[in-house]
Design a protein around this ligand. Structure first.
Ligand code: DQQ
Length: 595
């Protein structure tokens, strides 16, 4: 056992063991089966402080995972998150707390919720905030309790749902939180799996029957479930006799999120809005493969059920907010700017020993405004407009032909911490490679064999980012166009296979190629855009105005700081044109200094 285990006390050890054995670990897509074990032989090659994210949300050090209970109150945005105050691996989890005026500059406060009471003694796990009818914020979160802790080798863990309220409503920082002694407000009940019962959503209110409703993630065998509870007073909750929704074969639904979107326009809606001109979104985080998917559908208040429209798959082949490293996401309604904002967590993809050595692990991706695409078939996402306040020195390229085999460097600014927006014009589609339908639901596998260096017809074309001048290190973000029987298929990829020379990662570690399809018709408009946010070890890319989003973590050893270069490339067989490229250096915001 690693040294950390000895330090953290027997109950925490048991909890960690339980987490590892029953629920997999917290690595988004990485299953670290020996979570806190240190392998002293590993080469610690990616520990450079220069790789630490500068403008993505993070505490100064240690482990973070899920964003929790985002809310807006008296002029401040609040973000809580799962945080280990003692180490850069999952464990000792508390609800850390930060506030911001603009979602970009953050002030760290003391943790809001920590294990302390019988109803959360062994863990304060994820949850959500609800603004009650009188304006009071309430947090519902999962508490871990032991049904029987007399024998540490045979503990029965159970998850329950608790409520917490601010102690001082006139404090805009909401620093102090009270956990009433009447908790848990939703104990484990008959027919509920006690180790698969967590992550309550924001509650919604129905004036028709004067009840609040909330969903808790669960599973029964392999059927993922959104368990539905109702309450008149936010204190006594009664389980509905049916689920809000459930899907066979999807496993545990972690961090469900259920919210309305307007059929038209960009404006967000309060979580309780329903009726005409409104669709609903149900997102779940699949513990089985550590990816998320969502459906768009109809919430029938009379039957109290959600039914997906059927325009996308209601399983792991469904739509994703982000086809990369993104998990445990959560939205909230921002009443100040009338928008719905999405937070999501990106874990590291280096090794646990490397995380322990560098002493930080995990970031929250840039909060994104989310709204319904005019087609009604998917959501669109874009970084919150406040991010633009970090823009500094800018370079632009206009109307530039990129010939097959070209790698054109975009110089003049540093691009390790930058925002790049480019629009490509693809006028000739006749060379598009044939589409192999077996990859219809596995863009990631397709991109693995059709990586950035594999020559194509129309593309691959896009950006090499965090690259060395000689391109021996580079991460490629690109498009590639195929022709299926009836239409052109656009694949968007993030290829990190040459992102690092670090031996521990280069040899055998996790460097997945991420990919998704982009729902555009290039025969109607030959133009396709890409926006990529670069933050040292974060590459967050938005294709076609936010239709397809891919985030990844990479650890260049040479392409750091001023040595990180940006290129436009085309490895296809036909010319591509860059209609316009703008790239900005991004400044460092205030980021939880002093936490
Ligand atoms: N992380 C939390 C759980 C949640 C999981 C524990 C998802 O509440 O299910 O840290 O990453």
């Amino acid at each position: 056992m690693g040294i950390t285990y000895r330090k953290i006390g027997k109950w925490m050890v048991m909890l960690v063991l339980l987490w590892i054995s029953c629920e997999k670990t917290e690595g988004s897509h990485v299953v670290h089966m020996r979570l806190q074990e240190t392998d002293s032989n590993v080469t610690l090659a990616v520990t450079s402080p220069a790789l630490k994210a500068a403008y993505h949300f993070r505490p100064p050090n240690n482990w973070i995972n899920d964003p929790n209970g985002p809310l807006y109150y008296k002029g401040y945005y609040h973000l809580f998150y799962q945080y280990n105050p003692k180490d850069a691996v999952w464990g000792n989890i508390v609800w850390a707390h930060s506030v911001s005026k603009d979602l970009i500059n953050w002030i760290a406060l003391k943790p809001a919720i920590e294990p302390s009471k019988p109803f959360d003694q062994y863990g304060c796990w994820s949850g959500s905030a609800t603004i009650l009818l009188d304006g009071t914020p309430a947090i519902l979160y999962t508490g871990i309790i032991a049904k029987n802790d007399t024998d540490p080798n045979n503990i029965l863990w159970t998850q329950v749902q608790n409520v917490a309220y601010p102690k001082n409503l006139s404090d805009p920082f909401l620093e102090e939180w009270d956990k009433p002694d009447y908790n848990p407000v939703i104990p484990i009940g008959p027919g509920v799996n006690g180790t698969a019962f967590r992550d309550p959503t924001t509650a919604w209110y129905s004036p028709e029957d004067k009840h609040w409703r909330v969903v808790v993630g669960s599973k029964w065998d392999l059927k993922g479930q959104a368990l539905l509870y109702r309450s008149k007073d936010f204190k006594k909750w009664v389980k509905a006799s049916h689920t809000l929704h459930a899907t066979r074969g999807t496993g545990m639904w972690e961090c469900p999120d259920f919210y309305p979107v307007s059929v038209k326009g960009l404006l967000g809606l309060d979580t309780s809005v329903k009726g005409k001109g409104v669709k609903h979104v149900l997102k779940v985080s699949l513990d089985l493969d550590r990816y998320e998917y969502y459906t768009i559908g109809t919430y029938d208040i009379t039957r109290d059920r959600y039914t997906p429209d059927g325009t996308s798959k209601d399983n792991k082949h469904g739509l994703r907010y982000d086809y990369g490293n993104f998990y445990a996401s959560k939205t909230f309604y921002d009443p100040e700017k009338k928008r719905r904002i999405l937070w999501g967590w990106a874990n590291e993809t280096d090794t646990v020993p490397e995380d322990k050595n560098k002493r930080w692990a995990g970031v929250q991706l840039i909060p994104r405004t989310v709204w319904l695409d005019p087609s009604g078939k998917q959501l669109l996402q874009w970084p919150v407009e406040e991010l633009n306040s970090l823009r500094g020195k800018q370079v632009s390229v206009t109307s530039k032909k990129v010939k097959p085999g070209d790698h054109l460097e975009v110089g003049g600014i540093q691009t390790a911490q930058a925002d790049v927006e480019v629009t490509f014009d693809v006028s000739s589609l006749s060379n598009a490679e044939p589409f192999d339908p077996k990859y219809m639901y596995d863009a990631q596998a397709f991109c693995k064999i059709k990586g950035a260096d594999v020559k194509g017809g129309v593309g691959p074309f896009g950006l090499y980012v965090l690259a060395t001048a000689d391109l021996q290190e580079k991460t490629a973000v690109f498009f590639r166009v195929f022709k299926s029987e009836d239409k052109h298929v656009v694949l968007m990829c993030n290829d990190p296979t040459q992102s690092t020379l670090a031996p521990s990662l280069a040899e055998n570690k996790y460097k997945p190629t991420f990919a998704g399809y982009v729902d555009v018709d290039l025969t109607k408009s030959s133009s396709i855009s890409l926006k990529t946010l670069l933050d040292h070890s974060v590459v967050e890319s938005f294709g076609a105005g936010g239709k397809t989003v891919i985030s990844s973590r990479v650890y260049p050893t040479l392409a750091q700081g001023d040595n990180a270069r940006l290129f436009i490339f085309n490895n296809g067989a036909v010319d591509i044109k860059v209609t316009k490229l703008d790239a900005w250096e991004l400044k460092k915001p205030l980021m939880n200094i002093g936490a």
